[in-house]
Design a binder for this molecule. Structure first.
Ligand code: AMP
Length: 279
């Protein structure tokens, strides 16, 4: 028998959280869009060490997709996701409908600056507004004490940390390490879009990322070399391959303490993201 509580409404989710909190328990949240893989499961394992009860949310958030993007084709496999979660330290699943999250008349948006500028926002200007809105809703809906986000989406993690600090949200934000396939490709729900030929090329992304991250040349030179290497490997477009300040995501300057290499390259329609600490 499944032991997971499955909640479709904010009211039901909150009732379970209220019962936990009445018992003095610490609650953790793992926000996902489903199509779960070992990367998601690693976040559950990590947060379970820092929370008494773990909620996994599954919601493919329409406000972070532009009209031309893959909202309708994004992989959805709720039954398989629930089965996978049964073997983890998940206590409850929050899987609301779009109408529950965005009822008729919904009129509120989140405006972002700082780490949300540039990189992903160049290609997807609507994206972080949608992500911040849904994360803000999930954090307040679940009233969680701690939430975890993957370093796989490094800019997203920085945007959320900034929002939580700026809005004084009473929640701790944890970061989860990037889980990879055996050949180094970062796990992603979108990897299923790759055909066999593209999947082979995709493995080069992390190889080239590591060269970029450890390139002793100037940032401009290292970035140019990485772009060239990606195109030679067979990537069809390089959205960016760059070295940034690991905190602000601006161009590194005298105040930079740590640097981060970030790449997004395309194989046909599929965008592959990866990033790594840089020297
Ligand atoms: P998604 O379902 O793709 O929106 O991702 C949900 C969460 O899982 C986000 O915090 C992602 O950063 C994280 N995540 C996605 N892929 C990985 C991965 N390969 N390793 C670790 N975390 C990941």
């Amino acid at each position: 028998m499944p032991s997971l509580g499955l909640h479709r409404t904010v009211e039901d989710m909150r009732a379970e959280v209220a019962a936990w909190k009445a018992d003095g328990l610490r609650v953790g949240l793992v926000p996902t869009m489903g199509a779960l893989h070992a990367g998601h499961l690693s976040l559950i394992e990590a947060i379970s060490k820092n929370a008494d009860k773990v909620i996994v949310s599954i919601f493919v958030n329409p406000t972070q997709f532009a009209a031309h993007e893959d909202l309708s084709t994004y992989p959805r496999q709720e039954a398989a996701d629930l089965a996978a979660l049964e073997t983890t330290k998940t206590d409850a699943v929050f899987a609301p409908t779009a109408a529950e999250m965005y009822p008729e008349g919904f009129s509120t948006a989140v405006t972002l600056d700082g780490p949300a500028l540039g990189l992903e926002s160049e290609e997807r200007p609507h994206f972080f507004g949608g992500v911040a809105l849904i994360v803000l809703k999930l954090l307040t809906q679940t009233q969680t004490d701690v939430a975890i986000f993957g370093e796989k989406d490094y800019q997203q993690l920085m945007v959320i940390r900034r929002m939580v600090a700026d809005l004084n949200l009473p929640v701790e934000i944890m970061a989860g390490a990037i889980m990879r396939e055996a050949d180094g490709l970062a796990m992603s729900s979108r990897n299923v879009y790759l055909d066999a030929e593209q999947r082979k090329i995709a493995a080069q992304l992390n190889v080239i990322l590591q060269q970029l991250a450890n390139n002793p040349a100037s940032a401009a030179q290292a970035e140019a070399e990485a772009k060239q290497a990606l195109l030679e490997a067979g990537f069809t477009k390089v959205d960016y391959a760059c070295i940034r300040d690991a905190q602000t995501l601006g161009v590194p300057d005298a105040k930079t303490v740590a640097r981060r290499a970030l790449i997004v390259a395309r194989l046909g329609e599929t965008r592959l993201l990866d990033n790594s600490p840089a020297i």
